[in-house]
Ligand binder design. Sequence first.
Ligand SMILES: Cc1cc2nc3c(=O)[nH]c(=O)nc-3n(C[C@H](O)[C@H](O)[C@H](O)COP(=O)(O)OP(=O)(O)OC[C@H]3O[C@@H](n4cnc5c(N)ncnc54)[C@H](O)[C@@H]3O)c2cc1C
Length: 474
Amino acid sequence: MVVGDISTGTDVAVIGAGPGGYVAAIRAAQRGLDTTLVERDAYGGTCLNYGCIPSKAFVHGSSLAWEVDHAEELGIHADPAVDMAQMQSWKSDVVDQLTGGVEKLCKANGVNLMPGTAKFTDDTTLRVEHDGDGQGSETLEFERAIVATGSRPIEVPGFSFADEPVVSSRGALAFDTLPDRLVIVGAGYIGMELSTTFAKLGVDVTVVEMLDDVLPAYEEEVRRVIRKRATELGVEFQFGEGASEWRERGDGIVVETETEDGEVSEYPADKVLVAVGREPVTDTLDLDRAGIEPDENGFLQTDSRARTETDHIFAVGDVAGEPMLAHVASKEGIVAAEVAAGEPAALDYQAIPAAVFTDPEIGTVGMTAEEAEAEGFDPVVGEMPFNASGRALTTNHPEGFTKIVADGDTGFVLGGTVVGPEASELIAEIGLAVEMGATLEDLGSTIHTHPTLSETVMEAAENAEEQAIHTLNR
Ligand SMILES: Cc1cc2nc3c(=O)[nH]c(=O)nc-3n(C[C@H](O)[C@H](O)[C@H](O)COP(=O)(O)OP(=O)(O)OC[C@H]3O[C@@H](n4cnc5c(N)ncnc54)[C@H](O)[C@@H]3O)c2cc1C
């Protein structure tokens, strides 16, 4: 069927159905606005289809296999065989359940779903191209628009994702059979999550990183825990080397790297995963027709109400820059929708949690001690190591620590870092403390269930006040 030149009108047009766009669309519809959500690929965006959810499914599957294979100390002897095709099929069921849920939620909230690829023709009109031969295109007129087109992986020169042995995280998360040897270019959070995942599945993993350590955005004591554990799991690190090219050799490939001094090395592999970062998807939208100019890296600049320079057009999620995280995209989506509905909503980035699902996990929120000092605070820090936690020892995961940073004068909690088991969950309590202005005393005097990992939050707060029972006070 040729749709031809149909023209539709809507109060709010949302471009992209990732965690930024679909959340914005639902909230706009909840506020009584006629809302149209345009998506060119799959509901749920990168997060549900190719990012957060598939990667966490494999983080879990690989950890389960590894735990079962390494439980002799607990008196369990097993020799698990990994069926990658079955793990893929289980992952796809999880993804389908979630993406189907997004579609149902959008429909149930009255969002109009429009499959297709949107481009601006001016600041009140989009052209939506439908996929497939003869499907045509249509015009969508809007009062307000929310750009939520997300990001894509950056290619490095010499490594094209079009070449079969070169994959992005999306390609690696679709492996039906495991490569024997995998070179990962980049030790950021995606490279590190996937390096430990594949190492646990028995893949021989080499990580090549231009800098001199993993996860440059994190404090040294966090990086040390992650680097040590990844090395124990068999991940080999080659720091200070940039990947320059790959070539076929024998029945596999070699990845060539070069140091700043021109020293060349070669690493044999079957696949190479390039995970050096992500760039915004803004170059295909004809934004200039809507009066919007991306910055030099392609990101859209927004104000605290998620508005671009054309103030009835909003930008949320990865297109609006760091931090490029799903929950940030969703929060920005809610703010944009509420502002579009005439409400006084605004963004507050003070208590944004972030998690890295390495082994062990990392959770951070608010300020580090160094950042607090730079902001003019006189910070106090309290820490509780997991090797002093009964619960961590009974799960055989005593690596890492929980750390709380507070204002020395008032006791207000300013931030925290957890590196250890369930850090991604534990950080929520510290996030709530920062958000609601809780003090060390509030955290320390809250009775926590025993034996739990959350006791480490209470103990770290007490440690900062030199009142800890289960650790020596500083
Ligand atoms: C491997 C991996 C693991 C990750 N893990 C985590 C994690 O654990 N936690 C976390 O918080 N974040 C994680 N992220 C990041 C997270 O996926 C992103 O921050 C999040 O998806 C951003 O949401 P978004 O709505 O801005 O964009 P996206 O999710 O990228 O969605 C954008 C959507 O817009 C559509 N689109 C683009 N252009 C057009 C157009 N012109 N017309 C119509 N539709 C269009 C795309 O098809 C896509 O569906 C991970 C990412 C990756 C790659």
